[in-house]
Design a protein around this ligand. Structure first.
Ligand code: ATP
Ligand code: MG
Length: 374
């Protein structure tokens, strides 16, 4: 008796994407459809592609043939949570390339700098040597989270990528910035500009800018306000931070507000983490909270205390913060000593605090987080 075979697993990026759509795993998204078609076309081109590693083939040298130029890479950029990494990973999983590598761009540049450092005493051009090494290890390089902040990286990227492209390497990247916005306001940016031209010459730039932050949408419905033992609360906040940032560690950043520096202790992917005192016991005012709410869509605030008259300034700042966050339709994940109703029972401004309580409650709802307020 014939046994029916299960469907073979999809072998192209588009088929893989459709399978996930049909499984109900992904919502329809025209910007993603367009991007996955481009990735699919690139995968098809890669099936027949053999890099020449910069050397022209013997037929070409004899004038008998022209080496086909390498396929153009793709540069996917857009706001957080739009599915850039998800699409690149689908593509990477089935890209018909023997030597392929997917790496976080930051880790890649660390590695390049270490390799350059190891060759600093060599004669010749160490960037060319390192580029040749990298190109020999992988024909397809997929970089997640392409960004340039470091001047040491900015100054070598042009030559590094020119050499990689000359060796026939194909690059696919995701980024939160358009190529023209890379290394914005960086030192000696004029020396960086040729790199942007190299990128644009060798990669097709695609904006993935659908309306929805799917990471946040997937978060809706989860618990966002934690009371209970400190250790448990802390672990719950860490888990939420990881979910909201796709597993990023987070690092300190600085905003500039009215010419002053405002330190954010830990941030990644438009999510900021503050201890309650870092947010409300420092002399921050409305412009600071506004700048914060413009820079981040979600705040993790750890350790909101039960407040009394002595903590009236903290309570006041917390009220301003919550009002500003609510106006910006931002989100809060918090741990506290008590439920919202019991945070500031009496003291100056405790009447106004009722509004804060009401907002704290509303902000916990799945509808608020998924953006369906009112
Ligand atoms: N069409 C979709 N429907 C439902 N969920 C989706 C869809 N697209 C992506 N997701 C999910 O949303 C989350 C965020 O996607 P992803 O990490 O790819 O975003 P990103 O654009 O790379 O964001 P970032 O710029 O922050 O790195 C993932 O869990 C992903 O699986
Ligand atoms: Mg990503």
């Amino acid at each position: 008796m014939a046994v029916s075979q299960p469907d073979a697993s999809p072998t192209t990026p588009l088929a893989l994407y459709r399978a996930r759509r049909e499984a109900g795993d992904l919502s329809p998204d025209p910007a993603q459809e367009e991007a996955i078609r481009r990735l699919d076309a690139l995968a098809a081109q890669l099936a027949d592609y053999r890099p020449t590693n910069g050397a022209r083939g013997w037929r070409a040298r004899l004038g008998l043939a022209h080496d086909a130029p390498p396929p153009r890479g793709l540069y996917l950029y857009g706001p957080v949570g739009r599915g850039k990494s998800m699409l690149m990973d689908l593509f990477f999983a089935v890209a018909p390339v023997e030597r392929k590598r997917r790496v976080h761009f930051y880790a890649f540049m660390q590695e390049v700098q270490a390799r350059l450092h190891a060759r600093r005493a060599d004669a010749g051009d160490p960037i060319a040597t390192v580029a040749a090494q990298v190109a020999s290890e992988a024909t397809l390089l997929c970089f997640d989270e392409f960004e340039v902040v470091d001047i040491a990286d900015a100054m070598i990227l042009g030559r590094l990528f020119e050499a990689l492209f000359a060796a026939g390497t194909v690059v696919v990247a995701t980024s939160n910035r358009a190529p023209d916005d890379l290394y914005q306001d960086g030192l000696q940016r004029d020396r960086f500009l040729p790199f942007i031209d190299v990128l644009k010459a060798r990669m097709t730039v695609i904006a993935l800018d659908g309306a929805r932050d799917y990471r946040l949408q997937r978060f809706a419905g989860r618990q966002t306000y934690f009371i209970g033992p400190a250790g448990t609360r802390h672990r719950a906040l860490e888990a939420a931070f990881a979910d909201l940032t796709g597993g990023a560690e987070g690092k300190p950043v600085e905003l500039t507000v009215l010419g002053r520096k405002l330190a954010v202790p830990r941030a990644a992917k438009e999510v900021a983490w503050f201890g309650f005192d870092e947010l409300c016991a420092r002399p921050l005012g409305p412009p600071d909270f506004l700048a914060l709410c413009q820079a981040f869509h979600t705040f993790v605030v750890e350790g909101i205390p039960v407040m009394n008259r002595r903590l009236r300034n903290e309570a006041k700042r917390f009220t301003i913060f919550i009002d500003t966050l609510y106006e910006a339709h931002g989100n809060l994940v918090a741990s506290a000593e008590a439920p919202p109703e019991a945070l500031y029972p009496d003291g100056e401004g405790s009447f106004e605090f009722h509004r804060t309580v009401s907002r704290l409650n509303e902000m916990q709802s799945a509808d608020y987080i998924a953006g369906r307020r009112g």
